[in-house]
Design a binder for this molecule. Structure first.
Ligand code: 13P
Length: 294
């Protein structure tokens, strides 16, 4: 059985960033940043985007092939973000994903537990990590729109215990996409949850959250922090600037390269905020001889 790399990060006091990818140039930019910073990295593909990304197997193999081609030495975990059904999570496991999230947050808790359990039972057979969610992260992500609903503490404890989760995403005021006003995270609830469940917590909707709040969340047990919007904002801004600066430009590489660099720079900033820079070696060392994702 492989070691839970996110639990190791929690023990070491930092978070592994999850960065969602929207195609090849995101994969390149994020991997380059992780290697430059010697940081473990979680590459997220959100289930809503899977068809656009070419299917579970295609995108998984594309990421793994890129890891090889770029001679990446840091651990790279490929994760299914917001798995929409038990079947979809199983399909991602079959394709070879390292980690899947089953998002049963819209279901009544009993049903969330029942379905998450099914995912965990299947994933464990294949050495795949499972993340569950309680409450609802608000905002908009790839067409999925939702209101914030704070996670109920008893429900968090029940889901973790009964489904035997590896990581838990308790929604505590963060939103996907751009924040309207200042983010307002529920640190009191976070403290209670941290004291009641001993697995690593996951923070969704981290784009736009201040460095201070990210550090507090890490201290309160978050060892996986998810980013998507911030990377897409810097990518699209650079793309617009490049095209505006030279209206005659049509060479794809000249247009795209600066935007890949923008992804890389933002990814490096995120890595430093999560404190995962230069932690790749430390993780391998802490892990000893056990099997670890790479
Ligand atoms: P952001 O939209 O804040 O980047 O959050 C991404 C996320 O949580 C993916 O699950």
């Amino acid at each position: 059985m492989k070691n839970n790399i996110i639990r190791l990060a929690k023990e070491l006091g930092f978070a592994i960033p999850q960065m969602n990818v929207n195609g090849l140039i995101w994969i390149e930019g994020v991997l380059k940043a992780a290697e430059n910073q010697q940081s473990p990295i979680i590459i997220g593909t959100t289930d809503k985007n899977i068809e656009y990304l070419g299917g579970y197997e295609f995108i998984l193999n594309t990421i793994k092939n890129k890891v090889q081609a770029m001679k990446i030495t840091v651990p790279v975990i490929v994760h299914l973000d917001h798995g929409l059904s038990v079947e979809n999570c199983k399909a991602a496991v079959d394709a070879g994903y390292d980690s899947v999230m089953f998002d049963g947050s819209q279901l009544p808790i009993e049903e969330n537990i029942k379905q998450t359990k099914k995912v965990v039972e299947y994933a464990q057979l294949h050495d795949v990590l499972v993340e569950g969610e309680v409450g609802a992260v608000g905002g908009e992500e790839d067409g999925l729109i939702g209101q914030v609903k704070y996670a109920d503490i008893d429900e968090c404890v029940a889901l973790v215990k009964e489904a035997k989760l590896d990581t838990l995403a308790p929604a505590l005021g963060s939103v996907h996409g751009k924040y309207q006003g200042e983010p307002n995270l529920g640190f009191e609830e976070m403290t209670i949850i941290r004291n009641q469940v001993d697995i690593a917590l996951v923070l969704h909707g981290a784009s736009g959250i201040s460095n201070n709040d990210i550090q507090r969340a890490i201290k309160l047990g978050h060892a996986k922090i998810n980013f998507n919007t911030e990377i897409n904002i810097s990518w699209s801004k650079q793309l617009r600037d490049t095209l505006d600066e030279n209206k005659e430009l049509f060479n794809p590489q000249k247009i795209l390269k600066p935007s890949i660099q923008a992804i890389e720079l933002t990814a490096e900033k995120i890595i430093k905020m999560c404190g995962s820079n230069h932690q790749s070696k430390t993780l391998f060392k802490k892990n000893g001889d056990e099997k670890l994702w790479s």
